[in-house]
Design a protein around this ligand. Structure first.
Ligand code: DQQ
Length: 540
């Protein structure tokens, strides 16, 4: 439907039409990045789930391939659900995925490429002995899904984890295998957190605590920490924690009990779910994919004929400066889309004012913004506010002496539509200063069938650092990264006026007292080629 066509994104991965959800089995093989995804070939709402498939040279330009796996067996008749790839030492690939059987029981199945010489991995064979795993005693038939990439134990066996729950406790079950066909189950759990409910799409991977280089999923050793991520069916958010993995016991525990899985930090404080990482052996980095759902109505999705996109893949690494969080940053290749840039140096934004940024267009942008505040102003912040949270605040309209300050993205010329992305600095009663990074969707659209929440969270700002943010804007998605990717917020927004040439960008400072100084670098972003696979590969 052309009525809502301006919402279609220009450089985010999307199928040509219909519904998409979780990323599945991402991997790099013989020069190509492969991306599989939960897909409904029959309509723009969830259902009839099969595996879509696309390939790319650079994680940005994509070629759609035929469906990789469809629901053609009793053990996946109700859906070919989420799964992960493992690359074996000899370079061969195994795929484990959840099937929802003809009885809607969740079982794990094995699949592998029909031809390992085919770099496009077009054809997939489902193992004749599937399913390879069924729900163990004590686990609900519908609470057993989303196997991870396997990693090697010190004994030389492969180990996977699968999300589940027992009563209201979210758990990750552990299985060991030598051949991906036979599995040992000892009732072992990697980790459990009471009150968190069903764990979907568990992810488990090592990060180096001394460098930002990514690690193979089997890596372990003295400078290695392990991350556990669960997608909580209850909250619909991806929660992670950093901790220590015990290979012998097959257990993991968080470094900080206050930052356990589900009760601490999130990858993203906006819309971002069912994510999955993979180790990119080509560039020695760990790359995170996340499903960005819609936050408008289902009726609007039906009208558009499509629903959901994938976030720009992010490099993930341990934040060696804070030691408490990961850093997420758009993969470098997205910078290939940068066209003309403009620089705006030391713009003063007075308390309570808005400064228009003169750009030729503002719907496809890569923005880097730095903000400085007078040090004295920071010291003069008097009002203590221990309870602040972006979500329960008054959004960009809630003022204090120092802010909020930031950018108004996808705004029209009379600001009837605008999405503020901003910092809000608070002082606590113990005298410490705490900075929040928020996105306010309350005025993103004059439409009323869309989500109007205020998103965000705390962001660590270290001594001597400026306040900094990076924002990727692509028509109906705004991905924002504060302080080099310590805190991230993805918004789906549905402007009706701030579209095409009418979309603008502004700096704003809603402080009552302090002036801020901002330096911006802004690129117009090209569109990516995301199209059906051509008959000839000549230009690729
Ligand atoms: N989506 C899949 C499941 C998974 C859920 C089904 C998470 O395997 O648990 O489409 O979004």
């Amino acid at each position: 439907n052309s009525m809502l066509s301006w919402q279609r994104t220009a450089f985010h991965f999307q199928p040509e039409k219909n519904w998409m959800n979780d990323p599945n089995g991402p991997l790099f093989y013989k020069g190509w990045y492969h991306f599989f995804y939960q897909f409904n070939p029959n309509g723009p709402v969830w259902g009839d789930i099969v595996w879509g498939h696309a390939v790319s040279r650079d994680l940005i330009h994509w070629l759609h391939l035929p469906l990789a796996m469809v629901a053609d067996q009793w053990y996946d008749q109700n859906g070919v659900w989420t799964g992960s790839a493992t690359i074996l030492p000899d370079g061969k690939i195994v795929m484990l995925y959840t099937g929802s059987t003809n009885q809607s029981v969740q079982v794990q199945n094995l699949a592998y490429p029909a031809d390992h010489n085919d770099p496009l991995l077009l054809n997939w064979v489902k193992y004749s002995g599937n399913p390879v795993l069924v729900p163990p005693p004590g686990i609900g038939a519908k609470d057993f899904r989303d196997p991870t990439t396997a990693w090697l134990t010190s004994e030389g066996k492969w180990r996977i984890t699968i999300g589940s729950k027992v009563n209201k406790t979210g758990i990750a079950l552990i299985y060991d295998t030598e051949d991906f066909i036979n599995y040992e189950f000892t009732g072992q759990i990697l980790h459990a957190v009471p009150g968190t409910g069903m764990w979907e799409c568990v992810d488990f991977y090592p990060v180096s605590n001394t460098t930002d280089i990514g690690l193979d999923t089997s890596a372990n050793g003295p400078d290695v920490k392990h991350v556990v991520k669960a997608s909580l069916d209850n909250t619909r958010h991806d929660h992670y924690a950093i901790g220590t993995y015990d290979d012998k016991a097959g257990t993991w525990s968080p470094d900080n009990l206050d930052i356990d899985v589900g009760i601490g930090i999130r990858y993203d404080y906006g819309v971002f779910y069912a994510s999955k990482t993979f180790y990119d052996q080509m560039r020695a980095r760990r790359v995170l994919w996340g499903w960005i759902g819609e936050s408008d109505s289902e009726a609007a999705d039906v009208m558009k004929g499509w629903a959901s996109l994938q976030g720009i893949p992010r490099t993930v690494s341990f934040d060696t400066k804070t030691g408490t969080n990961l850093l997420q940053w758009p993969v470098k290749e997205v910078e290939k889309l940068r066209l003309r840039s403009k620089k705006f140096k030391n713009i003063e934004v007075k308390p309570g004012s808005i400064v228009p940024i003169n750009l030729e267009a503002a719907t496809q942008l890569d923005i880097i913004a730095k903000f400085e505040l007078d040090k004295k102003a920071l010291e003069s912040l008097s009002e203590a506010n221990d309870e602040f949270s972006c979500g329960s605040s008054g959004g960009a309209a809630q003022r204090n002496t120092l802010g909020p300050f930031g950018l108004l993205v996808l705004a029209d010329s009379v600001l009837s539509e605008q999405t503020p992305v901003y910092f809000y600095i608070t002082k606590r009663s113990d005298g410490t200063v705490k900075t929040y990074f928020c996105t306010d969707q309350s005025r993103s659209s004059i439409a009323n069938d869309v989500n109007k929440h205020i998103y965000g969270s705390y962001v660590p700002v270290l001594e001597g650092e400026k306040f900094s943010m990076r924002i990727l804007v692509d028509h109906s998605i705004i991905e924002s990264f504060a302080q080099g990717g310590r805190t991230c917020i993805t918004s789906r927004v549905y402007p009706t006026r701030a579209i095409y040439g009418a979309a603008k960008l502004y700096l704003f400072n809603n402080a009552t007292d302090a002036t801020i100084t901002s330096t911006l670098k802004i690129w117009q972003m090209n569109s990516a080629f995301i199209r059906p696979f051509p008959n000839t590969l000549e230009h690729y």
